[in-house]
Design a protein around this ligand. Structure first.
Ligand code: PMP
Length: 392
């Protein structure tokens, strides 16, 4: 359409979301490992019913403060003060989900042609946002310990210029499920300091650790140099439809976030902020998280043992300490060609190339173990094997 602004040529939409909406449209019984949503039974609807009269008072239908409702900000600061993510009000902005935090970063910081380093594979909804603001992306491979820092250093040297930002999902990465080691976090911070690059630390899953030791977060390790822009969300720990998240960053950036929001959406939906505030203030989150961690651990194990049973040495997969995803590699299998066959068999996943702007990982796929109960997981993996067997 020739009336569209030229910049829309860089507005590509999300490959992840188009695969998941194709899956949602399927009428027959499809076991869904594609969508990165919490289990339906993990959404605390009974508690929402109980809290609604307290949360939805008349003033909850007014405009909210741009950086967030006072009640939610207070409850969130209190919650974070009990974790390694303790922060202060001048650093905190409530956003409409994690995605808005990522989009605001692009709006405020990305100049046309700026270099943004990303993990490969990564969450490409973020890279789509960066591209829409004119970023040039530099993909750096990962392994079981996160981004390979030697490769990062070499890639930036080859590029011949410093990146504006380095985007990482350090904990229970989407899609790989892996966690960046402490040593790599420290080296990343050292390089960002040297290059004067910002670090975008995107962590929607960190509170869903079901095994292993917590690793100190990048903001605490960086200690204000380099600048860290931390993006967080309640989407995976309470419910994605609430669209409530937050950004924790330098107080000077906080003021710019407010300016940007005032010409964008004014504020995040206030009734939803009040519902989250009531959920936190009533003290429901700790038990809720404990339950989800146990649930997801059981589901991860069910998925791994079904993969071992049905694929054995024909496939390999990651072993996350938390979060939602397994990253599976099926050597010699084209997972994009497999996708329609798998849908016909009644199982859905996201093909590997959806997680790389340059279409790497043709023989990999992402499976979300969080949203299906163990018996459905076992059946889904059996279906996946049947689909693979049908490929020429
Ligand atoms: N970052 C990552 C790594 C994610 O996995 C997601 C959700 N899939 C988001 C950001 C976006 O979160 P939200 O749904 O709160 O916008």
């Amino acid at each position: 359409m020739d009336l569209l602004a030229k910049r829309t040529q860089r507005l590509l939409g999300s490959v992840i979301d188009s695969s998941t909406s194709l899956v949602q449209r399927q009428r027959h019984d499809v076991i869904r490992f594609a969508v990165g949503s919490p289990a339906a039974e993990a959404i605390p609807t009974a508690i929402f019913d109980e809290l609604a009269p307290k949360a939805f008072t008349a003033d909850a239908f007014d405009y909210a403060a741009t950086d967030g409702d006072r009640q939610l900000r207070a409850a969130l600061l209190e919650l974070l003060s009990r974790t390694s993510e303790a922060t202060t009000g001048e650093r905190l902005t409530i956003t409409t989900g994690g995605m808005q935090g990522l989009d605001l970063f692009g709006k405020l910081f990305i100049e046309h042609g700026d270099l943004v380093v990303i993990e490969s594979p990564t969450y490409t909804n973020c890279t789509a946002t960066a591209l829409s603001y004119g970023a040039e992306l530099l993909e750096v491979s990962t392994d079981g310990d996160g981004m390979i820092i030697d490769e990062l250093e070499a890639a930036v040297e080859r590029a011949g210029r410093a990146p504006k930002a380095i985007y990482v999902i350090p904990t229970f990465q989407n899609p790989a499920g892996t966690t960046m080691s402490l040593e790599r976090r420290l080296r990343l911070i050292g390089l960002a300091r040297r290059w004067n690059s910002m670090i975008i630390d995107d962590d929607p899953y960190g509170m869903l650790r079901f095994q292993g030791q917590e690793i100190p977060n990048i903001r605490a390790l960086a200690d204000a140099d380099p600048l860290v822009y931390a993006v967080r969300t309640f989407s995976k720990i309470i419910a994605p439809g609430l669209r409530v998240g937050w950004v924790d960053t330098d107080p000077e950036i906080h003021q710019w976030l407010i300016n940007a929001r005032q010409s964008m959406d004014t504020c995040t939906n206030l009734p939803n902020q009040r519902l989250v505030a009531a959920f936190l203030s009533a003290g429901y989150l700790d038990d809720h998280l404990q339950l989800q961690r146990e649930r997801y651990r059981e589901r991860k194990i069910a998925m791994q043992s079904a993969l071992a049973e049905h694929f054995g040495s024909r496939a390999s997969w990651t072993d996350p300490d938390g979060g939602f995803y397994l990253w599976v590699t099926l050597p010699g299998v084209d997972t994009q060609a497999l996708f329609p066959v798998a849908l016909t068999e009644g199982v859905a996943y996201i093909p590997g190339p959806a997680f790389s702007p340059s279409g790497r990982f043709p023989d990999a796929l992402r499976l979300c173990f969080a949203s299906m109960p163990p018996d459905r997981i076992r059946e889904g993996i059996a279906r996946l094997r049947r689909a693979v067997d049908q490929l020429p």
